[in-house]
Design a protein around this ligand. Structure first.
Ligand code: PGA
Length: 251
C-alpha cells in the first residue's frame, strides 16, 4: 500500500564531475525499477548538475536542507524556491547532523517543514535518539517529541505528503545498524503517534524511512518490517552499485 522510498543523502561529498560520474553510473542500474521511489540529495552547488543528468530518469532530486524563510536578509541560506528552480522535488529537514553541529531545533525544523510544504516540496523530516537517550530509556520520548514538534505546522490535509526518516544517531555512519526488531519497534510507535495526530488512514499512508548504516546486506531484512517503508542512506549512496542494490532490495 505504501510505495517504498529510498533516498541517498550524499552529505558533504562530491564535486560536479564526481556527481556526473556517480549519477551516470546509477541511472542504468535502476532504470527498470518501477515500484520504488528513488531520490538523491547532493550539496546545493551540485544540484543543477545532478538535475541535468537526471532529466527524464526515475530518480528524484532532493536538497539536504532549506531556509525557513522564502527570501531576504538570511545570509548563507538557500530558499525552497531556489531549490525548486534547479529541479528539486524533495528536501531533507532536521538531519541529526544539522541538529548536532548547526543548532537545528524542533522549532526550526517545524518552520522549515512549513516553508517546504508551502513551496510544494516533499519534506523528509529526520528524527532519532542519541546513544545516551537510548541507554537512559528515553528513546520514545525523544523520537516522538521530535516528531510532534516538527509536525506542529502541518495541516491534516498535508499529512500524506510528509516522509519521516527515523535515524538513530548511534547508527549513523558507525556501521552499527538498529536490528530490524529495534527499528520496527520505533517505527510502530511513530505510526501510532501519527495516527493520534492525523487519524489512522493518513498515518497508514505516511512513509517512514529507516536510516543508519543501511547497506545492501541488511536492507532486505530492514525493509521487510511492517512499518519500515524505505531507507535514508548515507555512506552507501555514494557508490552506484551499493545504492542500486539497496534500491533493488526494496522492490
Ligand atoms: P549512513 O548515514 O547510511 O552513512 O549511516 C545515514 C544518514 O545519515 O542519513
Amino acid at each position: 500500500m505504501r510505495k517504498p522510498f529510498i533516498a541517498g543523502n550524499w552529505k558533504l561529498n562530491n564535486t560536479r564531475e564526481a556527481t556526473r560520474a556517480l549519477l551516470e553510473a546509477l541511472k542504468p542500474l535502476v532504470a527498470d525499477v518501477k515500484n520504488v521511489d528513488i531520490a538523491v540529495a547532493p550539496s546545493f552547488t551540485l544540484l543543477e548538475t545532478a538535475a541535468e543528468v537526471l532529466k527524464g530518469s526515475n530518480i528524484h532530486l532532493s536538497s539536504q536542507n532549506i531556509a525557513y524563510a522564502t527570501q531576504g536578509a538570511y545570509t548563507g541560506e538557500v530558499s525552497p524556491e531556489q531549490v525548486l528552480d534547479v529541479g528539486c522535488s524533495h528536501v531533507i529537514i532536521g538531519h541529526s547532523e544539522r541538529r548536532q553541529y548547526f543548532g537545528e531545533s524542533n522549532e526550526t525544523v517545524a518552520k522549515r517543514v512549513r516553508t517546504a510544504l508551502d513551496a510544494g516540496l516533499v519534506p523528509i523530516m529526520c528524527i532519532g535518539e542519541s546513544l545516551a537517550d537510548r541507554e537512559s530509556g528515553k528513546t520514545f520520548d525523544v523520537v516522538l517529541g521530535q516528531l510532534i514538534e516538527g509536525l506542529v505546522h502541518v495541516k491534516d490535509e498535508e499529512a500524506e505528503t510528509m516522509v519521516i526518516a527515523y535515524e538513530p544517531v548511534w547508527a549513523i555512519g558507525t556501521g552499527k545498524t538498529a536490528t530490524p526488531a529495534q527499528a520496527q519497534e520505533v517505527h510502530a510507535k511513530i505510526r501510532a503517534k501519527l495516527a493520534e495526530r492525523f487519524g489512522q488512514s493518513k498515518a497508514d499512508a505516511i512513509r517512514i524511512q529507516y536510516g543508519g548504516s543501511v547497506k545492501a546486506a541488511n536492507a532486505k531484512e530492514l525493509l521487510g518490517q511492517k512499518d519500515i517503508d524505505g531507507a535514508l542512506v548515507g555512506g552507501d549512496s555514494l557508490k552506484a552499485d551499493a545504492f542500486a542494490a539497496i534500491i533493488k532490495a526494496a522492490v
